[in-house]
Design a protein around this ligand. Structure first.
Ligand SMILES: [Zn+2]
Ligand SMILES: [Zn+2]
Length: 284
């Protein structure tokens, strides 16, 4: 059984946390903060908090057990200074610290970073967040993103999510990139514009497609919302997404922002798919 007594508060109160908990929170809101704290403490005592991704008991609500934490692979240096792809060793970078891909075709964004390698451990956090209404996972993911993207957040004038298509947002009832954008912006005390961009059409999964095909599929799929240009003129925008795969989506969004007058665009994701060749130490 998953504990639903005291889930971590969702970012900015956006989106439901756990079914039943919203109703409970609404009711305890009437009683007041002191009583709510007492109630939460009582519930925690009755139902010990569980790990975010398994049934193991943990001491602090909203954390991972030691076994699940060990399954996560945090992205650390050495990595490409531009796109953030992790290297097996620093010798894979060129003289400017870039991966071969960035050296051959520099992306429109200035820098991209991600907290986790998108592997089995990360999927146990991210897939339930994306597809199973586990919106409370935004907070722990955002905490790791704020660590990995500290330098990007420090220079960001505005934080904005890579938008989901309205049809997908309707089906899921929430937009996971927007939840992450709000949460990291709040942690770093930066303004957030959750509706800066919109998707003009749905795009298929980019998966195994080649670079040219991916760029063609997402090209023209994004646009600024009305009034967006005034918000970004001369400003540095930090784009937030859940998973960075090829970077084609982030690239398409960055191009829209730069064309509309943004000074620069950085990208921050919860996880990124590593380049297997660079991660294994082979030059591609
Ligand atoms: Zn666990
Ligand atoms: Zn790179």
């Amino acid at each position: 059984m998953r504990v639903s007594g005291s889930p971590p508060a969702p970012p900015d109160g956006a989106g439901p946390a756990v079914a039943g908990a919203a109703g409970l929170r609404a009711r305890i809101g009437v009683v007041g903060a002191v009583a709510a704290g007492l109630l939460r403490a009582t519930l925690d005592a009755l139902l010990p908090p569980h790990c975010l991704t398994c049934e193991a008991e943990v001491t602090v609500q909203g954390t991972l057990c030691a076994a699940c934490f060990r399954e996560l692979n945090f992205i650390t240096e050495p990595l490409c200074v531009r796109c953030g792809v992790p290297f097996a060793h620093a010798g894979l970078a060129d003289s400017r610290g870039q991966c071969p891909g960035c050296a051959a075709a520099p992306p429109a964004f200035a820098a991209a970073r991600a907290a986790l390698r998108y592997d089995e451990g990360a999927k146990r956090l991210i897939l339930p967040f994306k597809h199973a209404d586990r919106t409370e996972l935004a907070a722990p993911l955002a905490a790791q993103m704020a660590r990995a993207g500290a330098a990007l957040l420090a220079r960001a004038d505005l934080v904005a999510p890579v938008p989901a298509h309205w049809r997908r947002r309707l089906a899921r009832r929430y937009d996971q990139a927007a939840l992450l954008a709000r949460a990291v912006a709040r942690l770093a005390r930066r303004p957030c514009a959750p509706d800066l961009l919109r998707r003009t059409r749905a795009t298929p999964a980019l998966g195994e497609r080649g670079a040219a095909e991916r760029a063609a599929l997402v090209g023209g799929a994004f646009a600024l919302r009305r009034g967006g240009a005034a918000r970004i003129a001369g400003r540095r925008v930090l784009l937030v997404d859940d998973v960075l795969t090829s970077g084609a989506t982030a690239e398409a969004c960055a191009r829209v922002l730069l064309r509309a007058g943004a000074a620069a665009v950085d990208v921050l994701a919860a996880a990124r798919v590593p380049d297997p060749r660079l991660a294994a130490g082979e030059a591609p």
